[in-house]
Ligand binder design. Structure first.
Ligand SMILES: [Zn+2]
Length: 314
């Protein structure tokens, strides 16, 4: 059970909306076990629609991630994409000269990525990584928010890269306009948008939401320094309809109303804080101070120590 904030060690407040726990100090929010990973929820999602829906937005954002990594000094080398799904990011990374590998827990999805020539380890991060393998760059695209223990994951990453290695985390942000709008609507009694953002009932719901400051604080306790932060586009009109329709239980009418509202509001929404943030961190050399800080936060938060594995992605 959730005992303390993994970012600052403070007491979490909740449950809010039946499953959510918030840290009033650092704005970290996480889902408790009440969110109940939906065993057979997979059947609700139309994978064909989901793939078509997300492809245009992801392709654009992946190029931005690779551009920013290059601007931060990444120059090829070994790259690990955790939760690589169909291998789209691996394709883009290989085109830029990286020796790219992925980890993917879904066997069918992993095999599709392999069929296109990618090197993909089927299983959970970090369990399937070969011992002593080191990566120059590690990337999480829409995966970090699904991890049951983000701090343990950061410790595992630190062990899998040399000092100077780069870590890119691209994830939903609690600073975003949609997140704040959904929270406002929830307070007024309409939980639908809030639960949809957290992916309640999906095979792998979101387990945490970070403000970018909280993510930086968590990473700094695990031996990383932030070197780049920026918002990424979170909506694209291309693919929006399929994105709304891949939850097969959502009614046609409600999807149509949402599609119309988002399409009309797009010019305004694009000026508001984005719901996706990208942060790039550099792995610091090991010092007694960084080791001690990681140990201190771990000791303050009793739920520490669980495996930093991912149950599923996206
Ligand atoms: Zn906190």
């Amino acid at each position: 059970m959730i005992a303390g904030c993994p970012v600052c060690g403070g007491a979490l407040r909740g449950p809010i909306a039946r499953f959510r726990y918030d840290c009033p100090v650092c704005s970290y929010a996480c889902a408790g076990s009440e969110i109940a990973t939906g065993g057979d929820a997979r059947v609700r999602l139309r994978e064909d629609r989901r793939e078509a829906a997300l492809a245009p937005l992801r392709a654009r954002n992946f190029e931005i991630v690779l551009d920013r990594l290059a601007a931060c000094g990444a120059a090829g080398g070994r790259l690990l994409d955790v939760g690589c799904a169909h291998g789209w990011f691996l394709d883009a990374a290989r085109r830029r000269g990286y020796i790219a590998s992925g980890v993917e827990p879904d066997r069918d999805v992993a095999s599709k990525a392999v069929q296109r020539g990618n090197d993909v380890m089927h299983g959970l991060f970090p369990d399937v990584l070969p011992a002593h393998t080191q990566f120059d760059v590690v990337v999480f695209n829409d995966v970090f928010e699904h991890l049951p223990d983000p701090r343990a994951a950061l410790r595992s990453i630190a062990q899998a890269m040399p000092p100077g290695g780069l870590l890119a985390i691209n994830l939903p942000s609690s600073r975003g306009a949609f997140y704040r709008l959904a929270e406002g609507l929830r307070r007024l009694g309409w939980r639908g948008p809030h639960d949809r953002l957290w992916q309640v009932g999906f095979p792998s719901p979101h387990l945490s939401y970070f403000h970018p400051d909280a993510l930086a604080r968590l990473a700094s306790g695990s031996g990383f320094e932030e070197i780049e932060r920026r918002a990424l586009p979170s909506i694209a009109r291309q693919g929006l309809w399929q994105r709304l329709r891949y939850d097969s239980q959502a009614s046609w009418i409600s999807c149509a109303v949402t599609w119309l509202a988002v399409s009309l509001a797009a010019p305004v929404l694009q000026r508001l804080p984005s719901d996706i943030s990208l942060t790039i961190f550099r792995r610091l050399p090991d010092t007694p101070t960084t080791r001690q800080r990681a140990d201190t936060v771990a000791a303050e938060s009793p739920d520490a120590g669980g495996a930093g594995t991912i149950a599923a992605t996206r």
